[in-house]
Design a protein around this ligand. Sequence first.
Ligand code: 13P
Length: 249
Amino acid sequence: MPLKIAAGNWKMNGTAASLGEISALGAALPDPAPAVVICPPAPLLFRAHEIAGPLRITIGAQDCHNDTEGAYTGDISAEMIADTGATHVILGHSERREAYAETNDDVRDKIRAAWNAGLTAILCIGESGEDRAANNTLDIIGGQLAGSLPNGATAASTLVAYEPIWAIGTGKVPTLEEIIEVHDFIRDRLTQRFGVETGSEISLLYGGSVKPDNAETIFRAENVDGALVGGASLRATDFAPIIAALARS
Ligand code: 13P
């Protein structure tokens, strides 16, 4: 069975004052709890890891460079992320694909860099509203998966998050049938490419307007092993009930 994982992507939100949310979340976790990963902005990684360590919460970053070091002003390497104690890194988020023109090739190189540093990559893929309206969803998802995931993926090194772009931060959520269709498709592609043993163990997360009141329904889908949560991960009072719903699923 794939690991159940609730990951929170804080995006460019939060300062040192927000670290208290990690403590509050730790205190509110169910027992047993699924794996919980919080991905705060890079300046908070060290302190977030210190706080999360004793709380059954792990920490992730939101992007990394594909090189190990060098003249890349403003960037951070996977090694630097691992050095903070973080264990995960989100890569290929649609906000980076759009705003920074990251291609599948770029994302693939970054995932390799993450693996080399011992990090687990959270690969994000997802179609735009136009892609879905034109019935191109599975083509887009298949292309992103093939193009941005390097050979050699394992359940320990890789999570795949399906995040329809039109559902991110909009309050719009695909129907359960739509989520099931894409997650089943991703599962098939992973087992074809990496073999049944590996492909069926890689955790598949759904992301896009996951909230306490819709999490239970989303987690009903067989190939949904968790969620990548944006806005509702910023406060422990919102994220804890989502994690509890995953624990019950
Ligand atoms: P929201 O949960 O705010 O829609 O964001 C989803 C997301 O982009 C997580 O990476």
